[in-house]
Each structure stands twice: as C-alpha cells, then as structure tokens.
Design a protein around this ligand. Structure first.
Ligand SMILES: Cc1ncc(COP(=O)(O)O)c(C=O)c1O
Length: 206
C-alpha cells in the first residue's frame, strides 16, 4: 500500500501521527477505521474496503467475530489475562484443540508466543538446539530470499542482508539464503532450480 502521497491532507495527518510513532510502523494514513466486520473495513468517510492484510497478527480471525467476542468478554469478566504463568480453562482447551487440529505424529506439543517474530525466534532456537545436539558444529539455517520473518534480530537475520537488517551490524555466517521459485522466475518450479540455488549458495554440487 502506498502510504505517502502528495495530498496535503494525508501528508499533514502522517506528520501528526509521526509525532508519536516511529516511521517504520506508519499505518496507511488514508484509511481511518470507523468499524470492521468479517473481512471488511469501513473508514471514517464511510468507504468500504476488503482487508487483504489478513494474516498479520490475529487478523485472520476476521473482524467483529461474535463467537470470539463472547469468549474474550467471558474471560475478561473472570479477570483472566494471557500471561503464560497461569493455567486456566481457556489455555487447557486451546492447546489440546490446536494439537488435535495439527494432527501430526511429529508435532505433538506447542509453544505459545505472542507474535510471529517470537515464533520465528523459537524456530531458530529449536533448530540450533537440535542441530548442535547431533554435532556441535551443525549450526546452519537455510532461509529463502525475499522473505519477511518479523522485526526482532534473529528474524531479520533470516530475511538476509538488506536495508531492514543493516542495523544489526553483523551477520551470522551460519545463516544461508537460497532462491525461491517465485512465479516471476521463468521455469523455476522444478528440482534443478532448487539444486542450482543450493549450488550458488554453498559453492558445491548437490
Ligand atoms: C511471513 C511472516 N512471518 C513472520 C511475521 C512476523 O509476525 P509478527 O508481526 O506477528 O511478529 C510476519 C508478519 O508480517 C510475516 O508476514
């Protein structure tokens, strides 16, 4: 989405907003929500939009979900918060349903986090702990070029050396990046594309 344009009204709104929030989190200043339901947003000028950002944080659950509102209200009324220190009926139900839903003989446990980037950091940690338990030098992690994994340090390293990860100041030499068969790469959806990506990154044949 284009955030800045030359329209004075929006430039002024953006300026006002940037007084309190950092530039990297600037929202689409042209759409100020009035209300939202299902997958639709209505802005302060009563324009309707279909929200294609679903997937960020919890937005994939849809807006104004009556079932969810009922459960959240019920939990709030009982004084619950989401701290992981405490066991409660909602947590108990959620984790058992989640594992049943995943239905995998290998994925039998979950680790609840509050953001995608925290989940990514956990994946890095797990991969490293598992790899080094086999061989202490087995530290390599392969990621895919052009991806986004979140705003924390490990996640930004997985996204590769780019503008967003410059601030880190160093790069973990055990994190590798390979090409991905995005639709704009011609004839890329095959094994040889994958093998060539590995060859390019690791400078050896696969
Ligand atoms: C593919 C992907 N991974 C990870 C994240 C990070 O999630 P969060 O913003 O909840 O930390 C995002 C967020 O946009 C994402 O799109």
């Amino acid at each position: 989405m284009i955030i800045s344009n030359n329209n004075k009204k929006y430039l002024n709104l953006e300026k006002k907003h940037l007084k309190y929030e950092t530039k990297n989190m600037t929202p689409n200043i042209r759409i100020k929500w009035k209300k939202a339901y299902d997958y639709k947003i209505v802005d302060s000028e009563n324009k309707k939009y279909i929200d294609f950002t679903s997937g960020v944080f919890t937005s994939s659950i849809g807006y104004n979900n009556n079932h969810l509102k009922k459960i959240i209200k019920e939990a709030m009324d009982k004084g619950f918060n989401h701290s992981y220190h405490y066991y409660n009926e909602y947590r108990e139900k959620y984790v058992s349903k989640l594992i049943k839903f995943i239905n995998s003989p290998k994925l039998k446990k979950c680790f609840l986090t509050s953001a995608g980037t925290e989940a990514t950091e956990t994946a890095i940690k797990l991969a490293r702990i598992y790899g080094s338990s086999i061989n202490k030098n087995k530290l390599g992690i392969i990621t895919i070029k052009g991806n986004w994994h979140g705003r924390t340090m490990g996640s930004q390293m997985l996204a590769g050396k780019n503008e967003a990860s410059k601030w880190i100041g160093f790069f973990d030499k055990n994190i590798y990046q390979i090409d991905f068969p995005y639709p704009w790469h011609k004839n890329s959806y095959n094994k040889s594309f994958f093998h060539n990506s590995l060859k390019k990154t690791f400078k050896k044949k696969f």
